[in-house]
Write a protein that binds this ligand. Structure first.
Ligand SMILES: Cc1cc2nc3c(=O)[nH]c(=O)nc-3n(C[C@H](O)[C@H](O)[C@H](O)COP(=O)(O)O)c2cc1C
Length: 199
């Protein structure tokens, strides 16, 4: 065992493979999003999920102020999206312009068209987590390519949208069909983006 300094901790924690999500929010009509690996589902009754937001991230204050957010699960073709939305200091204005997305039907938070699945959430609690905040949210909408978009999980029925999947490279190509059965998730492991090996 090594003494638990930050570098050793990062190396060890990085050996835990995760998926990658983009968490999005909308504040005064402007979409803001960031790449997140610290996401997990929490509870089925009620439906709760959480993600950890670094306190110094610009997204941290935006999402706490907005109180609503989306979660888009990235597919293996969305590495460029993940890299871009993890770039510190990128211009906030227009940061989603080259990424196909739509407002979540329940919260208006930006949902990526290429998401393998998506959630819409309302913040229910924010816990202190050292240099991060642990943001817990009630799931108020669920979507995936199979059902054509997010659906409200509340009492009222919200119409599904057609959300054809597109890669961030959509500016130089058209929409692609990336049904969940064809495309796997983007994985993060040991400091690099990975893909699941074919069976
Ligand atoms: C693979 C990967 C996973 C990340 N996971 C998180 C995370 O879980 N929470 C977080 O606050 N930042 C995470 N980041 C860092 C943010 O994506 C990055 O700081 C981003 O630029 C913050 O957006 P902002 O500058 O608009 O606030 C991650 C970065 C990468 C590359």
């Amino acid at each position: 065992m090594t003494a638990p300094d930050a570098a050793a901790f990062r190396r060890a924690a990085g050996r835990f493979p995760t998926g990658i999500v983009v968490v999005g929010t909308s504040l005064a009509g402007t979409g803001h999003a960031m790449t997140v690996s610290a996401f997990t589902s929490v509870s089925l009754d009620p439906l709760l999920v959480l993600f950890c937001a670094e306190k110094v991230a610009r997204f941290h204050d935006a999402v706490l102020k907005a109180g609503i957010w989306s979660v888009s699960v990235l597919d293996e073709e969305s590495e460029k999206t993940a890299r871009w939305l993890a770039t510190r200091g990128r211009p906030l204005d227009g940061q989603l312009d080259l990424i196909a997305h739509h407002p979540g039907p329940v919260t208006g938070a930006p949902v990526l068209d290429a998401a393998l699945a998506s959630l819409e959430c309302r913040t229910t609690a924010v816990h202190d987590g050292g240099d991060h905040s642990i943001v817990v949210g009630a799931v108020v909408g669920v979507g995936g390519p199979q059902d054509g978009g997010a659906q409200d999980v509340g009492p009222q029925d919200v119409g599904a949208q057609d959300v054809g999947a597109q890669d961030v490279g959509a500016q130089d190509g058209g929409a692609q069909d990336v049904g969940a059965q064809d495309v796997g998730p983007l994985i993060y492991f040991s400091g690099g983006y990975r893909r699941l090996a074919a069976d």
